[in-house]
Design a binder for this molecule. Structure first.
Ligand code: NAD
Length: 273
């Protein structure tokens, strides 16, 4: 890559020459993480669904803002075969994946008795099983390259539960468990694996939840924000995607080499209760 960065200095490009694959990075937290890693010089494999033109614009913006290479992998991560194709393309396209961020996720809010089994299957497949596949497929290459960072975007719901979110809470607790096992199996190598556990972050996923919760509780949207979503979050504000990106960037750095197997809350004090 010959282009020079336009919005960062070389002193901040600690990840130059590294490649990061961030699942679900066409939107929200994943996009925030992808931009933070790109700002530090990492080439990025963007993954996610959505309008093709909008995704192309997102990739162009990352390229032009940070002078890094960007590929888009359109794999649907509920499909194991599609994940295998994405990982093969990423490993081939950039010669390896140094930083894997398992971030793609969806939510469904419903009481257990009426929870649609098809939504359970999708949430488990995307929020948990996809991370198993990407991790198992990347570890060999990370071991050969002598460096690896696996960052799983779990949730405060990976540490504590809330009603009406059975599949999501089960998947995120599972993802924290997978994080610990991955950390233990790689502990003597230069690979680390950690989970980030955000409370509420302002993204399209939360926007959709406001509508779902308003319907479930039969209350206005403003009440959902104040009394339902942020009821548990003591600092009473949504976290930002930039705050999550900054933590992912730190976990990807050499300075974080001794942090592994951790589930790090970014939740304004929620899980301190
Ligand atoms: P978002 O809806 O903004 O983004 C979700 C991303 O996942 C998008 O890029 C979307 O295209 C992708 N995606 C959805 N289905 C997919 C599929 N089948 N295959 C591939 N990609 C798919 O959501 P977000 O709020 O940025 O959430 C990102 C992650 O952070 C999720 O795992 C979520 O559970 C977690 N999280 C979010 C919050 C929050 O408050 N926003 C809090 C805690 C944890």
């Amino acid at each position: 890559m010959n282009a020079q960065p336009t919005s960062t200095t070389s002193a901040t490009r600690a990840l130059a020459g590294r490649t990061a694959l961030v699942t679900g990075s066409t939107s929200g937290i994943g996009l925030g993480i992808a931009r933070a890693l790109a700002a530090a010089g990492a080439n990025i494999v963007v993954n996610g669904l959505g309008d093709r033109d909008a995704i192309a614009r997102t990739c162009d913006e990352i390229r032009s803002d940070f002078a890094v290479e960007v590929l888009h992998a359109a794999a649907d991560l509920t499909d194991a075969t599609a994940i295998e194709g994405m990982m093969a393309d990423a490993l081939q396209g950039f010669g390896g994946v140094d930083i894997l961020v398992n971030n793609a996720g969806v939510q469904h809010v419903s009481a257990l008795e009426s929870f649609p089994p098809s939504r359970w299957d999708v949430i488990l497949a995307l929020n948990l099983t996809a991370a198993f596949h990407t991790t198992r497929l990347v570890l060999g290459a990370m071991r050969r390259r002598g460096y690896g960072r696996i960052i799983n975007v779990a949730s405060a719901h990976g540490l504590v539960a809330s009603p009406f979110k059975s599949a999501y809470v089960a998947a995120k607790h599972g993802l924290v468990g997978l994080t610990k096992v991955t950390a233990l199996e790689t502990a003597e190598s230069p690979i680390t694996c950690n989970a980030i556990c955000p409370g509420y972050v302002w993204t399209p996923l939360v926007e959709a939840q406001i509508n779902d919760q308003a319907r479930t509780h039969g209350i206005p949207r403003d009440d959902v924000v104040r009394n339902v979503l942020l009821a548990q979050q003591p600092n009473k504000r949504f976290a930002t995607v930039e705050e999550i990106g900054a933590l992912a960037l730190f976990l990807a750095s050499d300075a974080a080499g001794s942090i592994t197997g951790a589930a790090l809350p970014v939740d304004g004090g929620w899980t301190a209760h």
